[in-house]
Design a protein around this ligand. Structure first.
Ligand code: AMP
Ligand code: MG
Length: 404
């Protein structure tokens, strides 16, 4: 059995060896669709930011020397409002009424806030509280310069980036094409969500969690139905999934008599690179490739599938997207309950984590094993316990990943 890290290395080194510039191309998307996508161009500012000297307070723009000694009465020579331009010049003893976002008149070097003034007449104001040089204003280019790279290729578009891109006129942006991921569930006992199971049947939930995980990782899921546990149906449903970037088959990869997925992979010429990982849950995780297509067989138990996806498929999708950061984000918390590990396998234990007094605190969540979605839905994290570490006591530190 392979340790998790070794399995991940195999997945990633295969991906690196297949990586050709033309393989995962990019596509333009509208800015409204760009959130969380991976940028595939260096984005350059088309103007200084801000593009003109501007007021960032509502108030009175003056020469800062005149605002050093207060109270002071200044002559109001006009106003500058947002979007209206100005050709005024401020001399000693003068000021100009300004609004936030308005261009600053020439000669002005500070803005007194309107709250700190008393209007005496249409053309005079008393300033009660002073302002230092450059207070209440931003000089042209103070935030960034025209021609500067403001977002680099490989960056995942965050919320502030959306505003930034809008600010530099990027109505469209090139982002990585989403890897297309075919998802096939297997099992004679499965019925679809909108069907009523008989007493010996259950609803297919893996297709939905896997598709959601694919979407969450930035891929495009394509649900390919349920294959029954016989060679003909498996061949038919798996066979037509290979024209995707990634194929995920759930279930049918353990030691049971009707676990036939690996056999069908072999018939289609899939080169299997591993089929067991020393982790709990998720041991019967299968990975290989067929030509350009990456192929996974994930264990059927709902939690096992989810965990195996997180550990192996998600990093691959992120790699294909050319994201800067592909590895699962591992954090450290203090244990509020003991957690125990299997000697043979690394454990991933559903847990509840919270942040308090400057650190994460974590405790194991009640759950009844790898089919217990009710238990997992009450958890928000997985504690990661290396194999052979025995029992981790309350108060010890433990690694965890968020799983929400
Ligand atoms: P298997 O790996 O096929 O032996 O399945 C292991 C367990 O997971 C069995 O109890 C299955 O009923 C269950 N299972 C398999 N596939 C699914 C699925 N798509 N949705 C929910 N449970 C499943
Ligand atoms: Mg099965």
């Amino acid at each position: 059995m392979l340790p998790i890290e070794r399995g991940l290395e195999i997945v990633m080194s295969l991906a690196k060896s297949k990586d050709r510039p033309d393989r995962m191309s990019f596509e333009p998307v509208r800015l409204t669709d760009a959130l969380r996508r991976i940028v595939r161009e260096d984005v350059i500012a088309d103007a200084d930011s801000p593009p003109f000297d501007k007021a960032i307070r509502d108030g009175f723009a003056a020469r800062f020397e005149d605002l050093a000694q207060v109270p002071v009465v200044l002559t109001v020579i006009g106003e500058s409002r947002a979007g209206a331009g100005t050709d005024l010049t401020i001399q000693r003893g003068q000021c100009c009424e300004v609004m936030t976002g308005a261009p600053l008149p020439a000669g002005a070097s500070a803005v007194a806030m309107v709250e700190d003034t008393e209007r005496l007449s249409p053309n005079s104001v008393r300033v009660l509280k002073g302002a230092r040089e450059n207070q209440g204003l931003l000089r042209r280019g103070a935030e960034g310069r025209r021609g500067e790279i403001i977002l680099r290729s490989g960056r995942q578009v965050g919320l502030a980036d959306i505003g930034l891109l809008a600010g530099v006129g990027k109505a469209k942006i090139n982002v990585s094409r989403k890897p297309r991921v075919a998802v096939v569930a297997t099992g004679d006992e499965l019925v679809e969500v909108d069907e009523n199971p008989n007493t010996d049947q259950i609803r297919n939930s893996n297709t939905y969690t896997i598709c959601a995980q694919v979407t969450g990782a930035g891929g495009e899921p394509i649900a390919r139905g349920i294959a029954r546990d016989n060679l003909d149906d498996l061949r038919a449903k798996i066979g037509r999934a290979f024209d995707h970037d990634i194929v995920i088959v759930s279930g049918g990869v353990s030691m049971g008599k009707y676990d036939l997925v690996e056999q069908v992979f072999a018939e289609f010429g899939v080169e299997i690179l591993f089929d067991k990982i020393a982790m709990k849950p998720g041991k019967p995780t299968v990975f290989g490739h067929r030509g350009e297509t990456y192929v996974f067989g994930l264990p059927g138990n709902p939690i096992s599938t989810m965990v195996a996806f997180h550990m192996f498929v998600r990093p691959l999708i992120l790699f294909l997207l050319k994201a800067e950061d592909t590895s699962p984000k591992v954090l450290v918390a203090k244990l509020e309950s003991p957690a125990k590990c299997d000697p043979e396998r690394a454990a991933l234990v559903p847990a509840l984590v919270r942040f308090d007094a400057g650190q994460y605190w974590i405790k194991t969540a009640p759950w009844k094993g790898s089919s217990d979605l009710i238990g997992l839905s009450r958890a928000n994290a997985l504690i990661m316990i290396p194999r052979q570490s025995g029992i981790l006591e309350q108060g010890e530190s433990a690694q965890f990943i968020f799983m929400e």
